[in-house]
Design a protein around this ligand. Structure first.
Ligand code: 3H9
Length: 697
């Protein structure tokens, strides 16, 4: 039929086969091929049933995301699926891997569905700022009812084959060869004289339930949880049409709502986030055939919160890991910490007791470097002090086997200097995890001056194996993420000295979409780190770089964040809920006075400009220095490590969306009004003057 969709006959069954690597996305050629194949099978009098099956790792994983925003090409997916459903011969979708988005919509338009036991199905369009636009919002509620359909469509989370079977999304779960299972099912349909069973004609699941109340409840939940998001509310409206309108009208309504999402800036930002996350794993200049070393065993130096979190990442990936501590007591405490952390997941229901035990068998404790002689990769996570790192790396150099990867989790020290403590700097690399390491997806992979290609490629592969979003970065103070966050933190403190409150700044940032306000985040990580950086900066920075003094005053008053129960907010015993700190206004007033600043009203827009433009200006410098390889890598780092809203696309995408001329003009004004910190990055100036974007680089 075409290169990507073929049709053959096996007895009375027509087999339609999709083969469009890597994920069988529904590009125009696949849509055309499906339409032609189903039409031909319909026209063939010998054919009594049709089986749809896919080659490769997965069933159809959705529409081709690359086509969004381009002129539409016929046939449209809605036309294709409506045609399949209207067919007069029973059709069976045989699902393996993932049937996602348009893939599940195609399957729902087939009259029957079977799934291999490891398959997953779902409608994840909302994660791309969209809604299912090929009948998913009308057909899924007809199969599983409005409540479950709302859950699946609004969360975008897939369900397992077993759950899909229980819910009636698939008729049978099988284990084994795809085509054989499909043919067996289809031949049985023929033998039993079963004809088409069209999802669109069903109404049974829509009846006898107060669907309007379910919709109202979901809307209210979204108002609270995701007030700024565009597509989730439209997903709800589309599902509402499934029980308030006849099918054809409902499908029309779905199309209209889909079109609104398609042109929304949030859709563009979320699709950017999807593709750039994948792009970040590709290292410029690293030959594709660079060998990757084997890594079947690991060790972590240091059993603090960070070290244990990193060890858990290895155990979660099935890799045995040793934690090295200085004493037996510290070693045992580290092992217990891992057990306790897994225990919390068991309590929450996200891990079984058996899985906990299995992971704990992979984690062991040692106190002697000689026990690390056989490990493939070591990650150092000890105190951030060069002298301490020196001792560790000298010991690793003396004890680890040739070819072992020697990684540092340093967040701010010079990796090149650390590498020099060994006689094999080419084997040294940075693996900068983010706290809590077992939860946060981001991993900055720091390439030192001497890190070899092979070691870098292996470090990226380790990141992938640990299910992290691994982004390569160069060496500088704070690498990409923290170097930028210094600017953001300092500007937010200045805002407090100029007249804002932590509550106001945090509310403005959360409204923008940040997962957490700047000050709630500072309280969580503890103010002492920031204070140490400030103290160091006071000694090294030229005088024109003014610094806020709030942190010093807060530290004097014993306010170091959540760990002291008091910081920018106060916390009741055992609670993490930030409450206004009644002692703070006096501290802010004193700091303002000391800086000679008249406190004034600051608007939310101004707060966003000051914080975001500080990130963007530093991001531009980082790009120019080559510390990040692309603007989009910075976006990936911010979305995955700093709670930056994916629907804003990341700081650099956001800058492009605002317009670099505008961002540059404001930064110039800030430079004039606020001084040296705001010197515009030369790259930003150049791009703004040339009318270009970061995305053009
Ligand atoms: C939709 O369906 C709308 C409809 O309702 C209505 C239409 C009218 N298109 O993730 P991986 C590429 S919206 C194009 O690394 P994995 C990906 O960029 C869609 N390309 O593999 C990568 O390319 P490269 C709803 C796609 O095994 C390569 O495939 N569907 C698409 O870790 C491998 O991807 C979704 O949102 C696509 N749809 O995970 C599903 N998907 O090698 C999105 C992937 O050049 N996809 N690529 O970097 C996924 O969630 C994962 O890719 C999947 C495989 C789980 C399938």
């Amino acid at each position: 039929m075409s290169d990507v969709v073929t049709l053959e006959r096996q007895g009375a069954v027509a087999v339609v086969r999709v083969n469009n690597p890597p994920v069988n996305a529904l590009g125009v050629a696949v849509r055309q091929g499906l339409e032609n194949s189903f039409k031909a099978a319909e026209a063939d009098p010998e054919v009594k049933a049709i089986v749809l099956v896919c080659e490769g790792n997965t069933f159809i994983a959705g529409a081709d995301i690359k086509e969004f925003g381009k002129p539409p090409q016929s046939p449209s997916l809605p036309d294709v699926v409506n045609g399949i459903e209207a067919g007069s011969k029973p059709s069976v979708a045989v699902i393996h891997g993932t049937a996602l988005g348009g893939g599940l919509e195609v399957a729902l338009s087939c009259h029957y569905r079977i799934a291999r036991k490891d398959a997953k199905v779902g409608l994840p369009e909302v994660k791309l700022g969209l809604l299912p636009g090929a009948g998913g919002t009308q057909r899924l509620p007809r199969v599983v009812g409005v409540e479950k359909a709302l859950d699946m469509i609004v969360s975008g989370a897939p369900i397992s084959a077993t759950e899909a079977n229980q819910l009636g999304v698939v008729d049978e779960v099988f284990d084994g060869e795809l085509l054989a299972a499909g043919l067996a099912f289809a031949n049985k349909l023929i033998a039993d004289g079963k004809g088409p069973r069209r999802t669109g004609e069903r109404t049974d699941k829509l009846e006898g339930v107060d669907n309007a109340a379910l919709v109202a409840a979901k809307r209210a939940e979204l108002e609270k949880k995701a007030p700024g998001l565009f597509s989730p509310q439209r997903c709800v409206s589309a599902v509402e049409a499934a029980f308030t309108l006849p099918l054809t009208e409902g499908l029309k309504r779905e199309r209209e709502l889909f079109a609104e999402c398609l042109v929304s800036p949030q859709r563009a930002a979320l699709v950017h986030a999807f593709f750039t996350e994948r792009l970040a794993s590709k290292v410029d200049g690293l030959p594709k055939d660079t060998p990757v070393r084997e890594f079947n065993s690991a060790a972590v130096i240091g059993g603090g919160t960070m070290g244990v979190g990193i060890a858990m990442c290895f155990a979660n990936a099935g890799i045995p890991v040793k934690i090295l501590e200085i004493s037996e007591d510290a070693r045992d405490k580290a092992i217990q910490r891992a057990r306790d952390t897994y225990g919390m997941s068991v309590k929450r229901g996200s891990l079984t007791e058996a899985a906990l035990e299995k992971r704990m068998t992979l984690i062991s404790g040692v106190t002697d470097y000689a026990d690390l002689a056989d490990v493939d990769v070591v990650v150092e996570a000890v105190f951030e002090e060069m002298g301490v790192k020196q001792k560790v790396f000298e010991a690793l150099d003396a004890n680890c086997k040739p070819g072992a990867i020697l990684a540092s989790n340093t967040s701010s020290l010079d990796l090149n200097q650390i590498a020099q403590f060994t006689k094999r700097p080419e084997d040294v690399v940075g693996l900068h995890f983010f706290s809590p390491a077992n939860v946060m997806r981001l991993l900055e992979v720091v390439r030192g001056e001497k890190t070899s290609d092979e070691v870098l490629a292996t470090a990226m592969a380790i990141g992938k194996k640990l299910k992290k979003v691994a982004v390569p970065v160069g060496v500088c103070d704070g690498f990409v993420g923290n170097r930028m966050v210094f600017q953001y933190g300092r500007e937010s403190e200045f805002l407090l000295e100029e007249g804002a409150t932590p509550e106001q700044v945090d509310a403005a940032l959360r409204k923008f979409g940040m997962a957490m306000g700047a000050f709630a985040m500072r309280d969580l990580s503890g103010l002492d780190i920031g204070l140490a950086i400030r103290t160091r900066q006071r000694q090294t920075l030229p005088a024109e770089f003014k610094l806020p003094t709030i942190l010093d005053k807060m530290a004097e008053a014993g306010m170091l964040g959540q760990k002291t129960g008091k910081g920018f907010y106060v916390y009741e015993k055992g609670s993490r809920t930030p409450l206004p700190n009644p002692e703070l206004p006096a501290i802010l007033a004193a700091a303002s006075k000391e800086q000679g600043v008249e406190r004034r009203e600051l608007s939310d827009d101004y707060i966003i400009e000051r914080t975001m433009y500080a990130l963007i200006n530093e991001g531009a410098k980082i790009l120019e220095e080559g510390v990040a390889q692309r603007a989009s890598d910075i976006d990936v780092i911010y979305i995955n490590g700093y709670g930056f809203p994916a629907h804003q696309g990341g700081p650099m995408f956001y800058a492009d969306a605002v317009g670099l001329d505008r961002v540059y003009a404001r930064i110039c004004e800030f430079h004039e009004q606020l001084g040296a910190w705001w010197k515009p990055a030369p790259l930003l100036e150049k791009l703004a003057k040339e009318g270009r974007k970061f995305a053009d680089l």
